[in-house]
Design a protein around this ligand. Structure first.
Ligand code: MRU
Length: 353
């Protein structure tokens, strides 16, 4: 499986996703600030992956602290948490992971642990977040594979694969699980302007796995649907509101509208850590606006004339009524999502020790 991110003693190592597929380079972060910068600059990206990165960055930051007192460690710890929270606003997994690290810290203090024991506990928690994410992807895959028809031609948008998670992937996990279940599938990957996660990352992952993959530009999906060349859409998510409205990579909404017009089922695959019951609907999801240069320039060359205004919202919101199902690690939630998403959390809470 792809090594998206790993902790190696005093370092958090991650594959540089800005350089793929041309170069496989690993970035070695030695401080929490370096991890935060890697998240902000998209060395690592994808909702679950940035949650794992933040957790590992926090644990690394605590480990690097020279302080001997719990109170001073707490001050440093919360500053690092704030730094991580300031990196990217949309994917709720980031804030979910930071909250988990905060709860772990509070439990350690409550238990009267020494500075060294607190650091050990934070390391364990970050590693658990990493490992649980892979297990969630596998479980999502098993549920999701059931809705993928044999010989399906699957459209996906952006990269919701091993690179966007600790491993295996959400939407691509569903595709991988369908293949592992013996289904023959072909995948069409939207290139996903402007950062090209589909063309660069999804295609790279799937080709490595020997899965038949075709890359199209984002404006081709409608024509393929109209010609009867696509059977199902599966995408990931960055934040799902309580009513099922789903924020994902810009362009996802367009694909969902097209899928509805052509009666093609549109599925979202995401772990519970992507669901934000505090956001009642999509209007409450903050949408990141990124550097205009990502749109105006391609590989260093300017595409647009000086003086043209540029917009670069990184995500859009697909309204819940366009979604056939939300595939989670605890099963597939169906409409009405306000009820099914709430229920899946209640079941999850009941499972916890
Ligand atoms: O800007 P990115 O590349 O972090 O956006 C990623 C996406 O939109 C993914 O589809 C989403 O995070 C799901 S990843 C399993």
């Amino acid at each position: 499986m792809l090594p998206t991110i790993a902790r190696e003693d005093d370092t958090v190592v991650m594959i540089d996703q800005r350089k793929l597929p041309a170069k496989e380079i690993y970035v070695r972060c030695k401080t929490a600030a370096e991890v935060a910068r890697a998240i902000k600059t998209m060395v690592i990206r994808g909702a679950p992956a940035i949650g794992v990165a933040a957790a590992m960055g926090i644990a690394l930051g605590a480990r690097n602290s020279k302080t001997t007192g719990t109170q001073k460690l707490a001050a440093e710890f919360y500053t690092i948490c704030e730094l991580m929270a300031s990196t990217r606003p949309t994917a709720v997994n980031l804030f979910w992971a930071i909250d988990r690290m905060k709860r772990s810290f509070a439990a350690a203090v409550e238990a009267g642990e020494s500075v060294e024991q607190i650091k050990d506990r934070l390391d364990r928690e970050a590693n658990a977040i990493h490992d649980e994410d892979i297990a969630s992807c596998r479980a999502m895959g098993a549920f999701g594979a059931a809705v993928v028809p044999h010989q399906a031609r699957i459209l996906t948008h952006c990269n919701a694969g091993a690179l966007a998670t600790a491993g295996y992937g959400t939407a691509l996990g569903v595709i991988r699980a369908a293949v592992e279940a013996g289904k023959q599938v072909t995948v069409v990957a939207d290139e996903t302007r402007p950062f090209l996660q589909g063309a660069r990352l999804t295609a790279w992952e799937l080709v490595r796995d020997g899965i038949d993959t075709t890359v199209i530009t984002d404006n081709m999906a409608g024509a393929l649907m109209n010609q009867g060349q696509l059977d199902i859409v599966v995408v990931g998510a960055d934040r799902i509101a309580a009513n099922g409205d789903t924020a994902n990579k810009i362009g996802t909404y367009t694909v969902a509208v097209l899928a509805r017009e052509h009666n093609i089922p549109f599925y979202v695959a995401a772990p519970l850590s992507t669901i934000d019951l505090n956001a009642l609907d999509g209007r409450q999801i903050p949408i990141e606006e990124r550097n205009p240069r990502e749109v105006s320039h391609l590989a260093g060359s300017q595409l647009t004339p000086d003086g043209a205004h540029i917009r670069n919202p990184a995500f859009d919101v697909t309204p819940h009524h366009l979604i056939a199902g939300i595939i989670t690690e605890r099963g597939i939630c169906r409409a009405p999502y306000t009820e099914s998403l709430k229920r899946v959390f209640e079941t999850e809470v009941a499972r916890l020790p």
